[in-house]
Write a protein that binds this ligand. Structure first.
Ligand code: NAP
Length: 331
């Protein structure tokens, strides 16, 4: 099968197209013919081995100390089940499915456990739209609903509101009934308002930390703010929730306990099939829409990596893995 692979850590042009054996599903796995995938921040961080601070060594131990252990990136996938292991009960060949895997979406075929974050794709959703949902949607859902326990009437500041996670966080925060202030550049202000934000702060003109006692929750999806900086802007019982963290945030947890002020929470997402269904329910209810920045053909995956690495994307960046008429870098 054709796949985009990386066999050493490095910049975007480390990735190349190669032929690999088609994987065979294990007893409890399904074999998916991938039609669409996405390039996420996780993909470029893994490819570049760009783990923050103290996480570099644990990151390398997981992904491969000297060279990547799994050469095919791509966690989001959408496609069709073409074979199943003998113990698979939840899926059958010819079903359209989408989900989140540990990698492999940047190849024409992917094996994934039937118990992983995988769900049947509704007829109303294209493969491209389905592949745009899992990574950003699941992180936004779990962090806002389960970690922050965001409730109707609360006020949330979403930093990086136009990005891969942020574009979903704005919509899900609104669906939960919150008042949303998004932080993005002026060029993305209308886009973020269109996702439902009540107000947008242009971080190049106004500091998101300038407000006083304003937010129940600061959800920073890009790592542009720090807990001490946001203390004044948070309400006394508010919560600072960064998606990225390193040694500095561990120290900030101690600080939060010492000053008994706004809290700080760190979390690592475990992606679940039932949460994919929650995303689908929100889509069906008209409260969430897949957000696609650009689509790239698999052959142009280096450009997709480079674009996501700029940290100025709007929502998901899709890789068309198996569409006959895959467009080349169209917006
Ligand atoms: N802990 C977990 O379990 C977990 C789960 C999922 C993800 N993550 C992590 O969460 C992060 C998610 O990143 P992402 O992919 O969503 O980010 P991204 O897509 O790269 O973010 C890009 C967005 O951030 C905005 N931005 C750039 N600089 C900014 C600044 N200084 N202030 C405010 N906004 C700014 C950009 O807006 P403009 O273009 O308008 O500048 C752009 O729309 C990743 O680092 C990922 O590893 C963690």
């Amino acid at each position: 099968m054709k796949a985009a692979i990386y066999t050493q850590y490095g910049p975007a042009d480390t990735v190349r197209i190669a032929q690999l054996p088609t994987p065979a599903p294990g007893p409890e796995e399904v074999l998916v013919r991938v039609r669409a995938s996405s390039v996420t921040t996780a993909d470029w961080r893994l490819r570049a081995s760009a783990f923050p601070g103290l996480l570099w060594l644990p990151g390398r131990l997981i992904t491969g100390l000297f060279a990547p252990r799994n050469p095919v990136l791509g966690m989001d996938f959408a496609g069709e089940v073409v074979a199943t292991g003998h113990a698979v009960t939840r899926f059958r060949p010819s079903q359209r499915v989408f989900g989140f895997s540990g990698g492999g979406g940047h190849g024409e075929y992917l094996t994934v456990s039937q118990d992983a974050a995988i769900a049947v794709t509704p007829d109303a959703l294209s493969d491209t739209d389905a592949a745009a949902l899992p990574w950003g949607g699941l992180a936004a859902l779990v962090f806002l609903r389960d970690v922050a326990h965001l409730r109707a009437g609360q006020h949330v500041l979403i930093v990086g509101a136009s990005g891969g996670v942020g574009a979903y966080a704005v919509q899900i925060a609104k669906a939960l009934g919150a008042t949303v202030t998004g932080v993005a550049s002026a060029a993305n202000a209308d886009f973020v308002r269109g996702l439902g934000a009540d107000r947008v702060i242009d971080y190049r003109r106004e500091s998101p930390a300038a407000a006083v006692d304003a937010y129940d929750l600061v959800f920073d999806t890009v790592g542009a703010t720090r807990y001490p900086q946001m203390l004044r802007a948070l309400k006394r019982k508010g919560l600072f929730l960064p998606l990225n963290f390193g040694g500095r945030e561990l120290w900030h947890i101690l600080l939060a306990r010492l000053i008994r002020g706004p809290r700080l929470a760190l979390h690592v997402n475990a992606d679940k099939a039932e949460d994919l269904q929650v995303l689908l329910d929100l889509v069906a209810a008209g409260k969430l829409r897949p957000v696609i920045d650009r689509r790239f053909a698999l052959d142009d995956i280096r450009a997709a990596h480079a674009h996501v690495e700029t940290r100025h994307r709007r929502g998901a960046v899709i890789v068309d893995v198996a569409l006959e008429d895959a467009p080349r870098m169209c917006a």
